[in-house]
Design a binder for this molecule. Structure first.
Ligand code: SAM
Length: 204
């Protein structure tokens, strides 16, 4: 997976590759799908949701230019796989999931695997998570119709946000940087995520 799906497509950030080498992706997938854990595609995780394709996860992590001291807000815990990768690289991860069942399974998994720098919250991530703001990095793993302004407000100066923006079916990955002068936006790859459902997202 690392050689053919990631390095061959331009993933070179050593912190990202090292985290991917450490986290056992099969632990985040139901037993009947485990043989497919390292395939180049998303897989179902219940509640009509998916664990994202490894390449797209790596692309988002690389685009975020993670540093060891960062405090990260993640929207869409899902299986908890990307949460674990973040927890390997940065200081603190605050992850929001709207489905309580997925949040509970991810919480138990991450605890069993020994991650102590992760907090999982159930709620509507489109509004961010005020109690721990501001964040150095915000990663959104579901498709937004536009950039949620609550998230921009909770991004620290010098912060980066990576999110898919577009329609329910097709989006572009966007990198947002916030500095003293304002916001700069850069388009990255095309992608297809499940929708971000919430007040500043799509309707259910
Ligand atoms: N990164 C995850 C992983 O590694 O398994 C996969 C995330 S999955 C593609 C998208 C997740 O976003 C789903 O679990 C979905 O329930 C969640 N989601 C959608 N809208 C949300 C919202 N407003 N707040 C929090 N989570 C949301």
């Amino acid at each position: 997976m690392v050689e053919r799906q990631l390095k061959a497509r331009g993933i070179f950030d050593e912190r990202v590759l090292s985290a991917i080498g450490k986290v056992p992706r099969e632990e985040f997938i139901s037993p009947e799908l485990r043989e497919h854990a390292y395939e180049d595609r998303p897989l179902t995780i219940g509640c009509c949701q998916t664990i994202s394709q490894p390449y797209i996860v790596a692309s988002m992590l690389q685009a975020a230019q993670l540093r060891s001291e960062d405090r990260v807000l993640e929207l869409g815990t899902g299986s908890g796989y990307q949460t674990a990768l973040l927890a390997e690289i940065v200081a603190n991860v605050f992850s929001i999931e709207r489905h309580p069942e997925l949040a509970e399974v991810a919480r138990q998994r991450l605890s069993r695997l020994g991650y102590t720098n992760v907090e999982i919250v159930v709620g509507d991530g489109t509004l961010g998570y005020h109690p721990r703001a501001p964040y150095d990095v915000i990663l959104v793993s579901a498709a937004a119709p536009q950039v949620p302004q609550s998230l921009v407000a909770q991004l620290a100066t010098g912060g980066r946000m990576v999110l898919p923006v577009g329609s329910r079916d097709l989006q572009e990955l966007v990198l947002i940087r916030k500095d003293e002068t304002g916001i700069r936006q850069m388009r990255l790859d095309g992608c297809a995520f499940v929708p971000l459902i919430g007040e500043e997202g799509f309707r259910e």
